[in-house]
Structures are given as C-alpha cells and as structure tokens.
Design a protein around this ligand. Structure first.
Ligand SMILES: [Zn+2]
Length: 268
C-alpha cells in the first residue's frame, strides 16, 4: 500500500553497502523508513534526505515497515548550517525527539515543537541557550513530567516570597518555609538513588515565573519571553537537569554541543 506522510528526519544510518534507514518523526509517531539503493555502487549518495529535513514522503507500507518511493523537501532549515553551535544544538534536539518518540503514538505536539525549535535556530537570532532550555522543558511537558509550580508540594501553599526550590523527582516546588523548617531527609551514604530523588534546585522568583510560563504557554508562544543573562543561564541549567533526570542522560550530541560552546567561549 502506498501512503503519503509529512515527517521530520531525525536520524539516518547505512544498512549494508547500498541502503539507508531513516528514523522519521510524523504526527502519528516515529517510523523507520528504508531507502533501497540510496547509495550508488561507487559509494555516492543517490538521495539527499538528511536529518533535520522536513519532507513529504511517498512510502510503500507493509505492516509497520516502510520503504521510500519518493520525497519532496518542504523545509530544509538551511541557515542552521551558518553557525556550528546552532547546527549541533539542532542535532541534539533530533536525538531528544528520537529518544522520546515511539511508534504509533500521537506525536503532533512533539513534531511541532521540534520544527519550531529548528525554525528559531535557523531563522532567528534567539540565543541557543534559550531555545535549548524551552525545548527541553516542553519535551518534559509533552512526556507528562510537568512539575507542580503554583503551590508547594509539602504544605500546599504558594511560596510567600516568590522563591522556591524545584524538587526534580518530587514533582514540584518546595517553598522556603518548608525548606527551612521541614524535616531534613537523612540519607544513608550508599543511597545514590535516594540522593538523586531529593535533588533540589533553588529558583529565584524570576526563574520560577519563567518555568510557569513555559509549562503553561500555548505551543506557539512558549519561546516568546526574555530573561536577564544570569537568570537565563539558571533556567538553562534547571531545564537540562530536569529533563535529563527524567529521561536519561546519555546524549553524545549534547556533550559535543556543550564542549563546542565551552571551547568557543574560551577563545573569546
Ligand atoms: Zn511549603
């Protein structure tokens, strides 16, 4: 059966000497698409489908397997390639989407988020750290890990001074009163898991407000705010720690991105 779908290419890998396998995010979930003869006998690519391309694909479908027949690129985010940090961040976002997307599950929110992030990276001057932080938080939201940010998870009251700490695995914020007066969790030294479970990240009132905004804004507006530099940096740290604590930390693309940014910063 022939089907037509729109999808974002997340990854591609060689299969044998001549074929390529693409992982493609569609609104209905992630699919694996095999392109037979994608590499010619002299080793040159015969099709130019690459990660970070959004395309309309004509596929032959049998069961849950797909073979590429034709494709038309709808958006190539070409300007992503003008700066290395933006390109590397784009690759990390593809690997994030690849990690969380499963087959045959409605992923329209994740698809729009990934497309929106790539658009902002390619077409605007929005800082990488901002795009990365909002993307990570919205992935957490889409995955069902949104923390409770309005009231303290221990006393159920809104934080009086506007400040709080985010209990990463506890599902929300803890107010200053509870932090100061509450029972201190005593940890046996070998209990790594418990220590992880009690990861508390202090938040200023500005960073808390930014978190509330990102977790509740409509998809199209989630990126539309600015923060002073120091607060933006803190939001970036919190976003990364929060998401990776929930979905796992082994993203080689993230390490490459961070090493590159650090290196560029040193050279300035
Ligand atoms: Zn409290």
């Amino acid at each position: 059966m022939l089907v037509k779908v729109k999808g974002l290419v997340l990854r591609s890998e060689d299969v044998g000497e001549r074929d390529r396998l693409f992982r493609v995010l569609t609104a209905e979930g992630k699919i694996y698409v095999l392109a037979k003869g994608a590499i010619s006998s002299d080793g040159k690519p015969r099709i130019c489908l690459l990660p970070m391309l959004y395309a309309e694909l004509v596929l032959y479908k049998k069961g849950d397997r797909y073979w590429l027949r034709e494709y038309e690129v709808l958006e190539d985010f070409r300007k992503l390639y003008r700066e290395l940090d933006r390109l590397l961040l784009g690759q990390y976002i593809m690997s994030l989407a690849d990690r969380v997307a499963v087959m045959e599950q409605d992923r329209s929110a994740l698809l729009s988020l990934a497309l929106n992030s790539l658009y902002l990276l390619a077409e605007t001057e929005k800082p990488c750290a901002h795009i990365k932080a909002v993307t990570e938080l919205r992935v957490a939201l889409d995955e069902g890990y949104a923390p409770r940010l309005e009231a303290c998870i221990r006393c159920d009251k809104p934080p009086q001074d506007g400040k709080a700490a985010l209990d990463v695995m506890g599902g929300g914020i803890v107010c200053s009163d509870c932090l100061n007066s509450g029972p201190t969790l005593m940890l046996p030294p070998e209990a790594d898991e418990i220590r992880e479970a009690s990861l508390l990240l202090p938040l200023s009132s500005t960073v808390l407000a930014a978190l509330r905004y990102v977790f509740t804004a409509p998809a199209k507006k989630a990126f539309s705010f600015t923060l002073p530099d120091e607060e933006a940096e803190r939001l970036a740290e919190v976003a990364e720690l929060y998401l990776l604590s929930h979905i796992g930390e082994d993203f080689p693309e993230l390490k490459i991105y961070k090493d590159t940014v650090k290196e560029a910063y040193k050279q300035k």
